[in-house]
Design a protein around this ligand. Sequence first.
Ligand code: FES
Length: 110
Amino acid sequence: MTEYTVEFVGTGETIEVADTQTILNACLEAGIAQEYSCRVGMCLACSAEILEGDVTQPAARGLSDEEADDYALTCMARPQSDLKIVRGRYPPSLESPEEPTGAAPAADDD
Ligand code: FES
């Protein structure tokens, strides 16, 4: 077992997380208020952006392969190196779609 340092950028929080432990479990043990819901890699509530480092998260089914390079589902992700991550950041596929073009004109009250 190897322990890695996980730094939460913007909060000043840093914890040690074993490579056998999920980041979310380490947060809960340390009293860090990491958001979560399903805890099975589907809802993305626990998402964090990876600024530096690597994780393994083969069961993170809510992420595409491309998204899994830049985002960690902390309920599934185990560190493979020291990490710098930003909690509460979500992959682009979860962001709101752009305003629809060609929206219907406002009704005329005449
Ligand atoms: S808590 Fe749902 S994906 Fe992590």
